[in-house]
Design a binder for this molecule. Structure first.
Ligand code: GN1
Ligand code: MG
Length: 361
């Protein structure tokens, strides 16, 4: 199988060591290591991404734009095959891309230092800033309604209709939680109805393992670009809140380990705003803290819905896996909501600091 794909790129499979790589939940990823060169091979999960060519369209257009406007920017686009294709359909019918492996880079699954959070937030902010004048109308929606909370909520309601009695009983606490936070959906609807809110080029999966770091823990570049499409900045900032604030991630079963690190919140705010502060409208900025509620709640709903739907989307490594993930996310949401007053103080403090430096210089 690998031979069948790599031959398109003029690579001889016998000269490479091939191993599964990374910890993504959707696509299958492999590292292809040779004596002088290494690559990342990725199989697109086409039961999730029904139009792999849309991904290809978006990445090619963005690459071209960035090459023209910011040639120094590291954008890890798929490599072209010998016949000029950046997406290959193998004999098994699946779609594959080959990326260069960025030498000296590594990924992390947990954030230990606020420096990492700051640096990743700068990278996500920079990406959207550099594409501020790119026409989002040229991009395809690789996943329609991906971060549409209204739809996620409807999917949850639908799952409640079809789930077994047993599952509904097991998930009683989580279902109650989902209902209890319904005001998040109302705020989301207000946000999307606001004419001052812009659709921007958004990554849509800012989990920390989608950032490559160097040895000094500086973020080098972004990866996992399949969900790059028009969206709201809340998606990117909110998913950073969801995945950077707690030292324990969505897989953690011991809920006492889920805590909110406010210094990481500050790092995200400073990092993202250092790039996007002058670009976001005032109306958009008002929702900075809300972004975390939106994305944590959405992820809790998605895990819960998948549990009710027999794990058809995320899969499960053990019985009740997606229910545990949902419970974990509701715990995180509770912590986040309780910390809102502190978040407000942090933002006011940082803004004051920034004003003082701007006025003083
Ligand atoms: C999926 O593939 P991965 O692990 O980077 C998912 C994200 C979820 C995340 C939860 C296309 O991301 O939306 O936030 O799992 N991606 C897709 O861990 O559904
Ligand atoms: Mg990923």
């Amino acid at each position: 199988m690998f031979n069948d794909i790599l031959i398109n790129f003029g690579l001889n499979v016998s000269k490479y060591d091939i191993r599964p790589f990374g910890s993504g939940l959707i696509n299958h990823t492999y590292k292809i290591s040779g004596v002088n060169q290494a690559y990342i091979l990725q199989q697109i999960n086409n039961s999730v991404f029904k139009h792999p060519e849309y991904i290809d369209n978006n990445l090619a257009l963005i690459k071209q734009y960035l090459d023209e406007t910011n040639p120094g920017y590291l954008f890890v686009a798929p490599l072209k095959s010998q016949t000029g294709k950046s997406i290959i359909q193998a004999a098994d019918g699946k779609f594959y891309r080959l990326f260069p492996f960025i030498e000296g880079s590594h990924t992390v699954n947990f954030l230990q230092d606020t420096k990492e959070a700051y640096s990743a937030a700068v990278q996500f902010g920079r990406f959207t800033r550099l594409l501020d004048h790119f026409d989002t109308g040229k991009l395809k929606y690789t996943l329609t309604d991906f971060h549409n909370l209204k739809l996620r909520s409807e999917q949850f309601e639908q799952a409640l209709q079809t789930a077994t009695e047993e599952k509904l009983k097991q998930a009683a606490w989580e279902i109650e939680q989902a209902r209890g936070y319904i005001e998040i959906l109302r705020t989301y609807n207000q946000f999307t109805a606001n004419k001052e809110i812009k659709l921007r080029v958004i990554h849509h999966d800012t989990k920390i393992n989608n950032v490559l770091f160097d040895k000094e823990q500086n973020a080098l570049c972004l990866v996992d670009l399949d969900t790059v499409m028009p969206g709201y900045y809340l998606s990117d900032v909110g998913d950073m809140m969801r995945t950077y604030l707690s030292p324990a991630n969505e897989e953690e079963k011991d809920l006492d380990k889920i805590i909110i690190r406010t210094d990481f919140f500050k790092a995200i705010y400073k990092g993202y705003m250092s790039e996007m502060g002058s670009i976001l409208t005032e109306a958009e900025k008002q929702y900075f803290i809300f972004s975390g509620k939106l994305m944590i709640y959405m992820q809790a709903l998605r895990f819960l819905t998948d549990f009710l739907n027999n794990d058809v989307y995320y899969g499960a490594q053990y019985e009740g896996h997606n229910l545990i993930r949902a419970k974990n996310q509701f715990k995180l949401l509770e912590g986040y909501t309780n910390t809102e007053p502190l978040f407000k103080e942090i933002i006011a403090g940082v803004d004051k600091e920034l004003m003082a430096t701007t006025n003083g210089s």
